[in-house]
Ligand binder design. Structure first.
Ligand SMILES: Cc1cc2nc3c(=O)[nH]c(=O)nc-3n(C[C@H](O)[C@H](O)[C@H](O)COP(=O)(O)O)c2cc1C
Length: 354
């Protein structure tokens, strides 16, 4: 596949991408787009009880603000997640934030060492290391509301959020974030429990008691909105089944996977993101196997445990075949971050094949 200009520029800081992006085709007005590849369908599917044009979109991260969300909606991504926000301002890590990584064969879930550089060749895998930056709610609430409003019939903007450590009981901060997101009228909420910043062992989604408290507090704070939880990769059924036992009946769905942790190094063998960021999340082509594995795991357990949650399948999708693989594994909807960033036509390509 030929490389298109990504809508997020890895050479620029997060702040510059926020202020100047999106780039490439996402920067062009809707009228100038190539109409020959438009394959939009109208409300032929249902997701989380809502009529949707297609079961495809972009997960939390690449859509930094309403300018990005509006561009994605205009390019036919019908389920768009507005980037994870917090209840307090939080700065991004400095550059580099995104590098291309070149694992030899399949990336394992065991923190492989991978070579990283600026050569974004297909099939593309990248590392992303931002630290989940956020502006303060008085800035993002207005902007998220604007993004929510831009969705046309059969399109939805999902609000992603997370709590911040050091602000008292974490579940209270998650609940506050959920309430602030709900005030923007986002029709679906997504709580990020899988941010790798604090080390892969410390991911919130691996602490089932905490997840139960967080899900309970969010549901109390915002009972009227579907709640999805963003999960990391779990390597076997037995590891995730107890979590489903605890919360499978109170939440509405899961989005999975986030990234797989790895150790990116440069040509000199040094940590490519700097000495203070030895590990980072890898996404894109190298993690598709894990996305498919995790989605089939959740679908199997959903059936065996007689639960009803929806599954958003994420991980390494850059073609219609990849979309199909996740759907066949049991995903109710599919999203692509890396694939969409480097191919703004991805939703149209997929819809053309439906
Ligand atoms: C630039 C970038 C930023 C991301 N930021 C977030 C985030 O803020 N919250 C979150 O839940 N996931 C975040 N992710 C993870 C994606 O939502 C997704 O789970 C992951 O990239 C795997 O999908 P992919 O292989 O299609 O990229 C980010 C991913 C990328 C590429």
């Amino acid at each position: 596949m030929k490389n298109l200009t990504p809508f997020y520029d890895p050479m620029l800081s997060y702040e510059d991408n926020y202020a100047k992006g999106p780039f490439g085709l996402f920067a062009t007005p809707e009228e100038t787009q190539d109409k020959s590849i438009v394959g939009d369908t109208k409300q032929r599917e249902t997701f989380a009880g809502l009529p949707v044009n297609s079961l495809f979109g972009i997960p939390a991260g690449p859509l930094l603000n309403s300018n990005y969300v509006k561009a994605a909606l205009a390019h036919g991504f019908d389920l768009c997640v507005y980037k994870t926000v917090r209840t307090v301002p939080h700065k991004s890590h400095p550059l580099p934030n995104v590098l291309s990584v070149h694992p030899e064969g399949k990336l394992s879930a065991n923190r492989d060492t991978v070579f990283a550089d600026n050569s974004y060749t297909q099939p593309l895998s990248i590392t992303n290391s931002f630290g989940v930056p956020s502006f303060s709610p008085d800035i993002w609430q207005e902007d998220m509301a604007d993004a929510v409003n831009a969705a046309k019939e059969g399109q939805y903007v999902i609000g992603s959020f997370q709590g911040t450590q050091g602000r008292g009981a974490i579940e209270k901060d998650y609940a506050l974030a959920a309430r602030l997101v709900s005030e923007t009228n986002a029709p679906i909420l997504e709580a990020n429990l899988s941010c790798p910043n604090e080390g892969a062992d410390k991911l919130l989604c691996f602490d089932f008691d905490k997840v139960e408290r967080i899900a309970g507090e969010i549901k109390n704070a915002v009972p009227d909105r579907p709640l999805f939880l963003k999960l990391a990769y779990f390597s076997d059924d037995a590891a995730v089944a107890p979590l489903l036992q605890k919360i499978g009946h109170i939440i509405d769905g899961f989005s999975t996977i986030n990234t797989l942790s790895a150790r990116p190094i440069n040509r000199q063998g040094l940590p490519a993101l700097g000495a203070d960021r030895i590990e980072a999340g890898v996404c894109g082509d190298a993690i598709r196997w894990a996305g498919i594995d995790m989605v089939s795991r959740l679908a199997r357990l959903r059936q065996n445990m007689d639960l009803n949650f929806s599954i958003i399948g994420v991980g390494g999708v850059s073609t219609f075949e990849h979309y199909q693989q996740l759907r066949e594994a049991g995903a109710d909807a599919v999203m692509s971050a890396t694939g969409a960033m480097w191919n703004p036509n991805l939703a149209r390509m997929i819809k053309r094949n439906l």
